[in-house]
Ligand binder design. Structure first.
Ligand code: DC
Length: 242
């Protein structure tokens, strides 16, 4: 099997995780949620009482010791950390409110980003074929990926979708507060110096404000299939990389 990395980046609440997961399923290849890795470190910081603003070195130590990995048998893959001799699955805690509030601070720490970027590259080497989603996958982590996508949508539209999701789940929400939170996460994500949210110059940008998720998935899968076809000659022999 020839290696293939497909990157899907974009701002908070644009639906890239769902899209990337569906694309990976359709192509029958691995799905990597890199935000889960940053969230996993946030869980460990909260448990250990390490304040990322005051003690970035403490956060980096936790990230180094944690040996973050994924349970690839689960769908989507579960986030595992080594805890001494044993392993723990943190997946159920990753979306907690306090984790969401802490994680963007953690994502600004260069030492943590380096540890996680190295881990992401190792995962791509081990898994061979991967759809990976985050903020910096096409721009920093996999600049040579042959297929890069950047999903975007109007912040108001993203807030509206998130509010609907929560209302459908029976949760009372203030849509304006969600919009404020999306705007401030966008600002923090795109203004950090290391691995900021950005659209790589060779990425295909898709504005999902008015397009249904299934159509976005179809569009990406079609591009990938065209790319894969272009890699083989008329006799079905792989033409090689580059
Ligand atoms: O996509 P998400 O909401 O799960 O991401 C959680 C946080 O991690 C968010 O603040 C952005 C940050 N992040 C990042 O800096 N780089 C990535 N590759 C993925 C996420």
């Amino acid at each position: 099997m020839q290696p293939l990395v497909i990157t899907v980046d974009g701002p908070a609440g644009v639906g890239k995780s769902t899209v990337a997961h569906l694309v990976a399923k359709r192509l029958n290849i691995a799905f990597l949620d890199t935000g889960a890795m940053y969230r996993g470190i946030a869980v460990l910081c909260l448990e250990a009482g390490v304040d990322p603003k005051r003690d970035p070195h403490g956060v980096a130590r936790l990230a180094e010791q944690a040996q973050i990995r994924f349970d690839w048998q689960a769908d989507p893959p579960g986030l595992i950390v080594a805890d001494g001799e044993s392993q723990r699955d943190l997946t159920d805690s990753l979306r907690d409110d306090n984790v969401t509030q802490t994680v963007s601070q953690i994502a600004t720490i260069a030492m943590v980003r380096k540890i996680l970027v190295d881990a992401q590259r190792q995962i791509a080497t081990d898994r061979l074929r991967l759809v990976t989603e985050g903020r910096d996958q096409g721009s920093v982590v996999f600049p040579d990926a042959p297929l890069k996508f950047f999903l975007d949508a109007d912040p108001a539209k993203r807030a509206q979708r998130r509010a609907k999701q929560l209302r459908d789940a029976g949760v009372y929400v203030d849509e304006n507060k969600i919009l404020d939170s999306i705007r401030s996460r966008d600002y923090r994500d795109s203004h950090r110096t290391d691995g900021p949210l950005m659209c790589a110059s060779d990425a295909i940008r898709i504005d999902t404000s008015t397009i249904k998720q299934e159509i976005v998935v179809d569009l990406i899968v079609k591009q990938v299939q065209q790319y894969i076809d272009s890699q083989y000659d008329d006799h079905g022999v792989w033409k090689g990389m580059g």
